[in-house]
Design a protein around this ligand. Structure first.
Ligand code: BMA
Length: 823
């Protein structure tokens, strides 16, 4: 097999559509893999699409056709040679021509295409063109042909196999990319090549590992068929089989007795083993090879009905896991810019907040090999949605065959991944059909149910029988129940944020909450890098273009007002809404964790952003952690103390997500904000590994009475919980409870903070001073007299006093009486 990569020397031009004059007729150098927007940006022909109102200015690209052209040198095909033109991914509706002759057409960015071009390839100079039609125009045509079906957001993304959020989402820009988005190459081969290679990795009852490699062989058909030999090696074991002529499949089984198990983060190590598969002629001359890294573990989801309903408990190597996770969206709207390093930074942020699972959400893509490499290495479990989200999908052609083809390709591609925990049929489509008024407009037309209940589970069962398949998120494994039933399977909690206050998280005890979240703006440095409104306010035009949620600002305000003062000045508003985002999500996480094992997982909406935007993300589009990220690190900590309501009143809940028992005496101090002790007590907690206990706070001295100037603190060796007696707006805080001093240290600056009165959720918003500055901790609550030292890492030379200024050193208290900052 000889591979000739075709990445250098491409040009792109807009060929039809409402193309502005300065772009029309221009052939600009194109990056492959890449997209037309990025090429125009590099050529200086368009503004950065993320800047201010550029997204709206670029709406003309929705209806533009593009042509990519490449001139390359090649050798003519030999008589016994097969030459394939292999595209790993084209975005999306394309016609491919070689030397003016048609090669093929494509209409699905979620799969690869391989064309036999032996007859068309010339010795010497060749010309390859890939012409992309407007994806939106195509989707509208399919909609016309099949009949419209309900979908969220304006464009019919449900009529084309292209990342749904390409067409805009409630956190994403409406910038419809087009281009050769994955590698492209010529493959020259003789006799045979490896097609699909599917290693099914399991652990036997005796603890030994097993790899069953299922391989498909494609024969060149240029010479008479021969016998072939396939071999596979892993962990020093080898298996070899002879494939008779006319046969095109083989199964190799490798048993590894002394295998080390792969575990998710927080449960053990992640040993990975190299698997090599070789295809050769009978005389041993190699033809093709494939390699994978595998990890030995079992992963399943327990949905055995119990006295409450139907659980949804992820089990790894037989151990039930409380899933601490976040939903994952494409990490940059322009997918081809996402490097492996960027993915590693993002997954490390998830790990840093003690997460053990990312859910790759169905409005995005089947994630890349780089993403899975990083997750395999770090023990980050992955829940992979099939790409269907928030819409009714037709089950007819031209979509049906594309969906089957992409599912087969991606299930086979990802089957060997240690981190891949489960496949899921769709995002919110079962719920959409049940509750969102789809039935009438559908008028009996298909909406995708057949994909979720027949096609996709059949493909998974056939190609990846080792993995659990969930019909949707949310869904009830017990089919009689509503898909979002709290007692059955997975649930999405969106009343909070859309309609109700976050304290209502406590009204439901779901078996598994796979989406819940609350919005907040991006960090200051990210916001002001991309948005230059003057004045900058929540309703200034560019700020609003980067707030995509339906009535987003209204929901931010209604969510804030019951808890914290709603500030006037923009700087205060920014801090208040970020803080409230963190508070809301922490409130949910602590509630869900407190109900383990009845509730078996919390997957926050959402870890990351794909551009600078006000959104539910914990990490913003420029990779900066928002206050929510620090809050998640507290709420997902291996050991957590939290005060939660239980049948007879408030209880102290101790959550022990470690492998060692947690036994100690927790001290309880009820004290005034000025530090005066009101009442003290003690509680013995004794929590088995991976368990939760709660102890009623029965002593009336701890909780009774009016207490607007008091806080109850429960302190253990590793962690503490603070319980306030009212919402912040009703508390008699000292609005200015901190004294502080910053000094230069090796890595940047240390900010020493002292509380003269109880100070809640202290933060150093370091990025307000220098864009590269990042603080090590945030949302620290201090009792009167306590001190805390924050470390700010930065390469910038600062006046240390800036780090203790009123817009930088903040706490919840300073939002009272108009706030400390002036914005
Ligand atoms: C759910 C998700 C996303 C959306 C989020 C916030 O519906 O599945 O579609 O971005 O809520 O509205």
């Amino acid at each position: 097999m000889i591979r000739q990569t075709l990445h250098d020397g491409w040009h792109v031009a807009a060929t039809a559509g409402p193309v502005p004059e300065h772009v029309a007729g221009r052939h600009v150098p194109a990056t492959v893999p890449g997209s037309a927007h990025l090429d125009l940006l590099a050529a200086g022909l368009i503004p950065d699409p993320y800047l201010d109102q550029a997204e709206a200015e670029l709406a003309w690209t929705h209806r533009t056709d593009w042509r990519y052209t490449l001139t390359f040198e090649a050798e003519e095909a030999m008589a016994d040679e097969r030459i394939d033109l292999a595209f790993d991914g084209l975005d999306t509706v394309a016609t491919v021509e070689l030397n003016g002759q048609p090669v093929g057409t494509t209409a699905n960015m979620h799969r690869g295409y391989r064309f036999n071009v032996g007859d068309l390839l010339r010795g010497g100079t060749n010309e390859l063109t890939v012409s992309f039609r407007s994806a939106l125009a195509y989707a509208e045509e399919v909609e016309e042909q099949l009949g419209a079906r309900p979908h969220s957001y304006p464009h019919p993304f449900n009529m084309i196999r292209k990342m749904a959020c390409s067409f805009g989402w409630d956190w994403g820009p409406d910038l419809q990319t087009a281009g050769i988005w994955k590698p492209v190459r010529l493959e020259r081969w003789r006799t045979a090549r490896l097609g699909q290679v599917r290693p099914l990795v399991t652990v036997n009852d005796d603890g030994s590992g097993r790899v069953e490699v299922r391989a498909e062989i494609e024969r060149a058909g240029t010479t008479a068929d021969t016998e072939l030999v396939i071999s596979a090696t892993v962990a020093g074991r080898e298996a070899r089989v002879t494939v008779p002529q006319d046969h095109s499949t083989a199964v190799l089984v490798l048993d590894v007795s002394d295998v080390r198990l792969w575990w998710p983060a927080g449960y053990g190590e992640q040993p990975l083993y190299d698997l090599e598969v070789m295809l050769a002629r009978p005389d041993g001359r190699p033809l093709d090879s494939a390699s994978r890294r595998v990890g030995f573990r079992t992963i399943t989801v327990d949905t055995t009905p119990d006295e409450i309903g139907t659980p949804f408990t992820v089990m790894v190597n037989g151990t039930p896991i409380f899933v601490k996770g976040a939903n994952w969206i494409p990490d940059d709207h322009f997918l081809t810019r996402i490097t492996r390093e960027r993915l590693a930074r993002r997954v490390d942020q998830a790990l840093g907040a003690h997460m053990n699972m990312l859910r790759v959400w169905g409005g995005g893509i089947y994630e890349t090999d780089d993403f899975y490499d990083v997750c395999d290495e770090r023990g980050m479990l992955v829940w992979q949605d099939f790409p269907f989200a928030c819409a009714a999908y037709p089950e007819e052609e031209p979509l049906r065959s594309e969906i089957e083809a992409e599912a087969r390709e991606n299930v086979a591609r990802l089957v060997s991944r240690a981190s891949l925990a489960l496949w899921n049929g769709n995002n919110e489509n079962l719920w959409g059909f049940a509750d969102w008024g789809w039935r009438e407009p559908l008028a009996g037309r298909t909406w995708g149910l057949g994909y979720y209940t027949e096609l996709l589970p059949r493909v998974v069962a056939e190609l990846d029988p080792t993995r659990f398949y969930a019909t949707g998120s949310p869904y009830s494994p017990d089919e009689q129940s509503h898909p979002n039933d709290a007692d059955h399977g997975t649930r999405h909690e969106w009343q909070v944020w859309n309609q109700r206050d976050y304290t209502t998280y406590r009204e439901h005890v779901p078996r598994f909450c796979s989406e819940f979240g609350f919005q907040g703006p991006p960090t200051w440095a990210t916001l002001t890098r991309w948005i230059h409104d003057e004045p900058l306010t929540p309703t200034s035009p560019a700020f609003l273009l980067h707030q995509k949620a339906n009535d987003g600002n209204g929901k931010l305000h209604r969510g804030l007002a019951p808890h914290l003062p709603v500030p006037e000045a923009f700087g205060d508003w920014h801090w208040a809404t970020q803080l409230n985002q963190a508070r809301a999500v922490i409130f949910g996480v602590e509630h869900f964790r407190s109900w383990w094992p009845r509730t078996a997982g919390a997957i926050v909406w959402q870890l990351n952003d794909c551009w600078p935007v006000t959104s539910w993300a914990a990490v913003d589009g420029d990779e900066r952690p928002k206050p929510l990220w620090y809050g998640l690190r507290h709420a997902y900590a291996p050991r957590l103390l939290t005060v939660q309501p239980r049948e007879n009143g408030p209880a102290l809940v101790a959550v022990n997500d470690t492998d060692t028992a947690w036994s100690e005496q927790v001290t309880l101090h009820r004290q005034r904000f000025d530090g005066t002790l009101v009442h003290a007590g003690r509680i013995d907690v004794d929590v088995a590994p991976r368990s939760v206990v709660w102890v009623e706070l029965a002593d009336p001295g701890l909780l009774s009475g009016e207490a607007k100037e008091e806080v109850l603190v429960a302190t253990s060796r590793e962690t503490r919980a603070m319980h306030l007696f009212s919402e912040d707006i009703d508390l008699a805080y000292d609005p200015d409870p901190l004294t502080a001093e910053a000094v230069a240290v090796d890595e940047g600056y240390r900010v020493d903070v002292r509380a003269t009165s109880f100070a809640r959720d202290v933060a150093v918003l370091a990025d307000r001073v220098a864009p590269d500055a990042e603080v090590d901790e945030m949302l620290v609550s201090l009792l009167a007299g306590e001190t805390y030292s924050f470390t700010v890492r930065t390469g910038a030379q600062l006046d240390p006093a800036e780090l203790t200024g009123p817009e930088v050193l903040r706490c919840a208290n300073d939002l009272h009486q108009g706030g400390g900052g002036t914005g």
